[in-house]
Design a protein around this ligand. Sequence first.
Ligand SMILES: NC(=O)c1ccc[n+]([C@@H]2O[C@H](COP(=O)([O-])OP(=O)(O)OC[C@H]3O[C@@H](n4cnc5c(N)ncnc54)[C@H](OP(=O)(O)O)[C@@H]3O)[C@@H](O)[C@H]2O)c1
Length: 286
Amino acid sequence: MIIVTGATGLLGRRIVERLLTRVPASHLGVSVRDPKKARDLADQGVRVRQGDFTDPGGLAHAFEGATQVLVVSVDAMGEPAVRQHRAAIDGAVAAGARRVLYTSHMGAGASSRFQACRDHAATEDALRACGVPFTSLRNGFYASSAVRFLDPVLATGGEIALPADGPVSWTAHDDLAEAAAAILADEGRFEGPTPPLTATEALTLGDVAELATRVAGRAVTRTAASDEEFRAGLVGHGVPAETAAQLLGVFAASRAGEFAAVDPALTALLGRPPVSMETVLREHLP
Ligand SMILES: NC(=O)c1ccc[n+]([C@@H]2O[C@H](COP(=O)([O-])OP(=O)(O)OC[C@H]3O[C@@H](n4cnc5c(N)ncnc54)[C@H](OP(=O)(O)O)[C@@H]3O)[C@@H](O)[C@H]2O)c1
C-alpha cells in the first residue's frame, strides 16, 4: 500500500487525486492529522488513518502495511520540522516500507541561505541513514509563493516594495503533484534526490510583476526595499522576528541563485510543458 502524509494539505491532496488515476484506491492510504477532513477520500475507498509526526507512537497504525511512504514536509521550519520529519521516516521504516519518499526543495543544502533548505538537507541526511531506499523530490519553488509576494497589489494594481531578489523557477502545485504521483506509481524511478523539479523559466519578482501587469491590464510595480526596511515593516505588522528572518532568507537565497536552476526532469515526468507563471497568474487574477 502507498501511504501519503499531509493529504489534507494543498500538495498532498493533489498527489492523492493524481494517484487515484494511476493506482486502485484500495492500494492507497493517507496519514492525516484530522481524518474528518479526508472523509471524501475514505468515500472513494482510500484508507484514512490518523497520524501526527509529533506523536511517533501513533505512526505504526497510520503506516501499517506500507510499501512506500511519501512524507510530505511539514509547514514548520528549524529543529521542530527536522525532528518531525525524522519521526516520520523512522515510522515508515518501522512499518516495513521498502521505499521512503519525501517532499524536499530545489537548492536543499546545509549552507543554504534559506532555513527551509537547510532543514530539507538535514532531512535528506536522515533519509540517507534510514537503511531503506529513498527518493527525495526536490520540488521547485511554489508559483503560489510568487503570487503571495505580489498579492497585496495584484487585484488593484499599485506598488509593492520588496528586497532585492534573483531569478526563481516558479513551479505549480498541480505539476509537482502530478510528478510525485508518477514517481510513486513507478517505484524506484529515482534513487536519492531527484534533479530540481522545475518549470521551464526562472523569473525575478520584477519579471512576475511585469507579467501580472500584462495579464491584469493594471500596473503592478515592484520597487526596492532594503532588507532592514522589509524586516521592520513585517515586524511592525506583528510578524514574529524569526518568521521575518526566514522570509528574508528566501530573498538572500534567490539573490545567490539558489532557486535559478531550470531542469527538464519535470517536463519529462509530465510528458508536457509545466504550467507557466502566466497561466498561474491568469488563474489567480479576478
Ligand atoms: N516548494 C516550495 O516552494 C514550498 C513552499 C512552501 C512550503 N513547502 C513545503 O511543502 C509542504 C507541502 O506544501 P503544501 O502547499 O501542501 O502546504 P500545506 O497545505 O500547508 O500542507 C502541509 C501539510 O503538512 C501537514 N502537517 C503539518 N504538521 C504535521 C504533523 N505534525 N504531522 C503530520 N502532518 C503534518 C499538514 O496537516 P493538516 O492538513 O492537518 O494541517 C498539511 O497537510 C509544506 O508543508 C512545506 O514543508 C514547499
